[in-house]
Design a protein around this ligand. Structure first.
Ligand code: MLT
Length: 211
């Protein structure tokens, strides 16, 4: 189903069978220049029996969809990030009542800019996610007050040779989530910013272990 209602262009694909993981919903958040179609094959590969909610970011940077504005690469417009995070969280809440999925069983899967808004959702509106797989994420913003993420499972999958995200940055994000008492894991891939097969292998393993 293609839908422009609920404030975001998105697709919702209901779970296809009653098999294991059927009650899971995967929230797909694309990278800069992507759209709601991009990550659907990845979502299906990660959890073939889960429902999928895939969203298109509303901000355009030279015609490329994103989830929030940035001043330059890696430097975010924090006011816009705050606003867009709340907007996306409200969309997830509304979608859960329209499509009848369980907010206790929703995992964000985000890549790059999508991973960054996923991290921001966890820090600002943790009630809309059960957990997250964040590919190539960075620290979205610094906050003195951290939420209690003690029931959340988070996988960070980062590239050892990523020209955008340093090792220190990825480790800071892990530290932040650990300090917020989540079950956070950081896995390093022998890659740059792009996804590699090992990201998928690690994510499937992590999903099976935790959900
Ligand atoms: C961002 O803007 O979220 C990061 O720089 C990643 C990107 O989208 O390139």
């Amino acid at each position: 189903m293609k839908n422009t209602e609920l404030g975001f262009i998105h697709r919702f694909i209901p779970a296809s069978s009653k098999a294991k993981q059927t009650d899971l919903t995967i929230l797909l958040l694309h990278g800069t220049g992507g759209n709601e179609e991009d990550l659907i094959p990845l979502g299906k590969e990660l959890a073939s029996n889960a429902s999928i909610l895939s969203v298109r970011g509303k901000v355009l940077e030279n015609g490329m969809p994103r989830f929030f504005r940035r001043i330059k690469e890696g430097v975010f417009d924090l006011e816009d990030l705050n606003l867009r995070t709340n907007e996306l969280a409200d969309f997830i809440l509304n979608s859960s009542s329209i499509y009848e999925f369980d907010l206790e069983r929703i995992i964000a899967v985000g890549f790059s800019n999508g991973a960054n808004i996923g991290a921001s959702l966890l820090l600002r509106r943790p009630e809309v996610l059960t957990g997250a797989i964040l590919f190539r994420a960075m620290v979205p913003f610094i906050s003195k007050v951290l939420p209690d993420l003690s029931k959340k499972h988070i996988l960070l999958s980062e590239g050892l040779h990523d020209p955008i995200i340093s090792r220190g940055e990825a480790e800071n994000l892990l530290r932040l989530f650990t300090k917020a008492r989540s079950e956070a894991t950081l896995e390093w891939q022998d890659s740059g910013h792009n996804l590699v097969q090992q990201d998928i292998v690690a994510s499937r393993r992590w999903l099976e272990r935790n959900f």
